[in-house]
Design a protein around this ligand. Structure first.
Ligand code: PMP
Length: 285
């Protein structure tokens, strides 16, 4: 990583090596915090207002005051992107309940939240995996019951992604009561043999993906048939197409699930179309 890397910490832009968070930070001790990720392409943030709205909602759900209005956040993000010279990649934001002596209950009112942002340069548009398509595995969903909150408590997702890595694949879809909830860091979609797009409806069982919402809107505008309902692992195995969406993967084709080939074993036409539509939207915005 470049020695010139700059991160944002509690009101200041700081050289990466000098940015320090105290041991008593509640994010470190309790995973008591929220994060958000926005993509950057062509040097610009993608669908950022929706990410900032979700950040605000997640913070509010766990009673952390949002330290910035959306316009302030965007100003800070934009400056951080510029300072790091990122034209393609992502901006990571995290807000924790701050620093206090270790005690489970909330610290005194007025304890300032800890605010961290950093950028990662990354190939988003010309991602080679989007050309070949990704293989994935399914794993048990081990998470808590409020997955609609974008909490930094990501241990179940860490274990899921490690299971994927050990299987030599890119992503793991998590499964509860036989139905796919979502990917470890993405929303899961399948397409049926008669061309219907299927994804799980929003609830506390999954994160309301910002890319999911954009893709559903694009599908609607393209008059595609969409079903928001639960789908089983067996249905995914037998799907004509599958893909997952996230801020950094955009629309990622899936070509194998648990070693079973999906469709023709290459990115399907519906998936390709949605990826193109999404990229068009992201560039135009
Ligand atoms: N589900 C989970 C569990 C995730 O971590 C992510 C990535 N943040 C997503 C879905 C996709 O959400 P988004 O499209 O907003 O990046």
């Amino acid at each position: 990583m470049a020695s010139s890397r700059i991160v944002y910490l509690n009101g200041e832009f700081v050289p990466f090596d000098q940015a320090r968070v105290p041991v008593m930070d509640r994010g470190f001790l309790f995973a008591d915090g929220i994060y958000e990720v926005s993509a950057v392409i062509d040097g610009r943030l993608v669908d950022n207002a929706a990410h900032l709205a979700r950040l605000d909602r997640s913070l509010s759900e766990i009673g952390i005051r949002n330290p910035h209005a959306a316009a302030e956040w965007e100003g800070l993000q934009t400056e951080l992107v510029a300072r790091n010279g990122v034209t393609e990649g992502l901006v990571y934001m995290q807000v924790t309940r701050g620093v206090a002596e270790r005690d489970f209950a909330f610290p005194a009112r007025g304890t300032p939240p800890t605010v961290v942002m950093f950028t990662q340069a990354k190939t988003v548009l010309a991602n080679p995996l989007a050309e070949t398509g990704a293989k994935i595995v399914t794993v048990e969903d081990l998470r808590w019951k409020r997955r609609d909150i974008k909490s930094v408590a990501l241990l179940a997702q860490v274990l899921a992604k490690q299971a994927a890595a050990e299987a030599g694949v890119a992503e793991a879809w998590m499964v509860e009561d036989g139905a796919v909830t979502e990917g470890s860091s993405s929303t899961a979609f399948i397409a049926t043999r008669d061309g219907r797009l299927v994804t799980r409806p929003l609830s506390t069982a999954l994160l309301p993906g910002i890319t999911r919402a954009a893709v559903l809107q694009l599908a609607d505008e393209a008059s595609l048939r969409v079903e928001e309902r639960l789908f089983s692992v067996a249905e995914a195995h037998a799907a004509a197409e599958a893909f997952y969406t996230s801020a950094s993967a955009f629309v990622m084709p899936v070509i194998a699930i648990d070693g079973r080939t999906i469709g023709e074993g290459r990115p399907g036409p519906l998936t390709r179309r949605l990826r193109d539509l999404y990229i068009g939207m992201a560039r135009a915005a």
